[in-house]
Design a protein around this ligand. Structure first.
Ligand SMILES: [Zn+2]
Length: 156
């Protein structure tokens, strides 16, 4: 086990570490992954110093391995996130993420006139990459939205 001087949150024995989360996106990710609902033991670090970005957030989830689908969905909020699987305090896998082509059942459409608010339809957005920004386009009202406009459905 190697300890680094930058270790600001205690190490976990087994589980998943989501690092380099864009500062301010952590609560969205916790809701999106339904971590509280699932009763996972979760440790969070907010506004930590980072060499790669101005400030970062970090989430440690004990005894739980994220799926590739979940890891990819994180990149919708936190494009620079790094996701490591930990076994016996060692990184055994770095999940390579890629922006998913679409995302369903997680976000509410920001357009209040959208049919998804009036009928029980699972939300569905196509994702378009535009440089460092992304645009989420609702399948139903066909309007496009930026990352910061999106609200996670409160099912947790
Ligand atoms: Zn819509």
């Amino acid at each position: 086990m190697t300890m680094t001087k930058t270790l600001s949150v205690s190490a976990i024995q087994n589980g998943t570490v989501i690092d380099h989360i864009t500062s301010g996106q952590t609560l969205r990710i916790i809701h999106m992954l339904r971590l509280l609902h699932k009763k996972h033991k979760v440790t969070v670090g907010f506004n930590l110093p980072s060499k790669r970005m101005p400030l970062k957030d970090l989430i440690k989830i004990e005894n739980h391995t994220l799926t590739n689908k979940e890891a990819n969905e994180i990149t919708v909020f936190a494009p620079e996130a790094t996701i490591n699987i930990i076994k016996n305090f060692e990184v055994v896998q770095k999940i390579i993420t890629s922006l998913p082509p679409s995302i369903s059942g997680i976000f509410i459409c920001p357009n209040t006139l959208c049919i998804t608010h009036h009928e029980s339809i699972e939300s569905f957005f196509h994702i378009e990459e535009q440089g460092r920004q992304i645009k989420l386009i609702c399948k139903y009202c066909e309007k496009g939205f930026e990352r910061k406009e999106m609200m996670v459905e409160r099912k947790c």
